[in-house]
Design a protein around this ligand. Sequence first.
Ligand code: GLA
Length: 704
Amino acid sequence: MLEIASEQRYLANGGVGLLIDLTSGDPVVVHWGADLGSPVPDAGAFTDAVARSSFDLPVRPSIAPQSSRGWLGRPAVRGSRDGHAFSPLFVLAQVSGGDADLHLQLEDESTGLRLQVAIELTPSGLLLTTSTLTNVGDTSYLVGGIDAALPIPDQAVEALDTTGRWAREKHPQRRRIDQGLWVRGGRHGRTGHDATAVLAAGTAGFGWGTGEVWAVHLGWSGDSETFLERLRSGQGVLGGGELLQPGEIVLAPGESLTTPTLYAAYSAAGLDGISARFHDWMRARPHHPSTPRPVVLNTWEAVYFDHRLQPLLELADTAAELGVERFVLDDGWFTHRRHDRAGLGDWTVDAGVWPQGLGPLIDHVHGLGMQFGLWVEPEMINSDSDLARAHPDWISGPGGRQPLEWRNQQVLDIANPEAAAHILGALDALLTEYRIDYFKWDQNRDQPELGSAGRASSHDQTLAIYALLDELHVRHPGLEIESCSSGGARVDLGILQRTERLWASDSNDALERQTIQRWTELLVPPELVGAHVGPTVSHTSGRVHAISFRVLTAMLGSFGIEWDVRTATADDRRVLTEGIAFYKRYRGLLHSGRMVRLDSPDPTLQTTGVVSVDRSQAVFIAASLASGAAEIPPRLRLRGLDPARTYRVELGLPIEPHSGSERAAVPWLQTGLTTSGAALQHIGVPMPMLFPEHALVLTVEAIA
Ligand code: GLA
């Protein structure tokens, strides 16, 4: 049975190494971390001691941990044949691959299971792994779950992940790693507001620029679990897999289940290094958006459901004057949709509100040289809709009763091919009739009871969504789609393989956004993260922010506006216009460079930079989140530049409003600062005094 070419494999790419010992027939991960260079060490030499009062052989972490191999943590493959075949003993049967990929086929005759594990180590150093479980027995096999896991070393002593809620997504939480299992689960039927962008483990005190960090992310938009487990042996793993409902997946003889991709990143230099692995990998994808990310105007917080042609035409005119490049008509345009209690499912233009259809608005928008985008929420259905009246059985749920409503809506059972075909037809008809460049694709509810024909269907529903998006891209090349889910409840690399932008949060409050975007962009590069300048008084918090702070916060993403700019003062329009010009000038850099977040000694001062790959140019935005403790703000010690080169630092946009007194200023504000990359890092740029909840932007250019 064993045809193993060699007893160990070493993958290396992008400065990362993965050493796997295959001697026992179990793919034991001896090392995942820094590239070990050559010669490749003998994996067997690193076998640890056998603990007292334990199995009589060394127990080692596998990419697919198994109880049968003595792993007392969470086993990778869980399931049974009616209570039997509950504990497979997988043995390696085939191995193939090159320097940066590995394909393992593991077999267990006694349980009739085959597990194929694919591992790819990309040029960016990001590790991707998927597993396929096949039922090679002759009875059906009920799958409980399939994970992949990667070891973390003893010196990983602190864990970090993100959580959140509506309008406050992606907030970090940090804890000491003790013995036990820490599972971040989502049973939302979508990724969830509280979903963790990455689950990371690192050395003591790791920061954005310091410490070794290991991190995982599951690329899946349905129910999922990512976990960190440290056993009493001291051994630890990071892992993840889809969360399946009881009985959800039953494999008939010959059938297979493939897991979502588990992405794993290692950094020798803090969380910025984790970001770089994800961002570089995403940017290298052939379908990564390659055109400049357009300035958007979204109508939601401007007009809500008040859809009247004339004001919208005026809004489009003002937007075009400001430099907007894409005009997105949000919720409220379709049949019965006068409020959020009706209409979802009825994807035809409301004849009462739009007697001439959307044509006059779309033509006007295109005439102004802007793209046109339209909001849709295809996976949903209001009970009060023609669709629900015609197909009450198309509501997803447990069967036999209606699930609870959420925002007055239910989930459409698109795991049902008829419902999926209906929705595809409706969206296709819109895209065929109108010149629509962009869909804002929303999903506005949790549903922990997704079901189709009485069976749990979170898995099938998620795949059906992916299939819909993929088919629309095939039929309408050039169409861009934004992933929105009550703000940022669908931020994951499963959906981002088939969408071109995400909506990070329904909060347009710039202060909230400073945190939300910072941690969303730990995973996702800023060009994909929608960030809008909202109204002067925030609709979700009541806070009032200066236009300059709102503009500089939106600068850190895919820039847009969500505000009735017809009502903006002349001063606000001026700052907005200047900000948009700055964005257009620097978006090439902002959307291709390395992100640098300064580890500030003062948590109220948050600085985010983007340094070009060749380190010739950078933009840093420093935001004062609150009043700091020190009288003089700490200097900005700019990381990521070339220490040997000379740079010119200037203020990118005027500080508005200026904090007044002359004493608050610093000399370089008048003259600019010309000095070495080393001085910028080790001495740092003196900071002028900013009002709390204000920001400034620095441009940094290498001098030839
Ligand atoms: C969700 C989205 C918002 C907006 C509304 C429309 O809440 O996140 O941006 O589109 O729906 O109903």
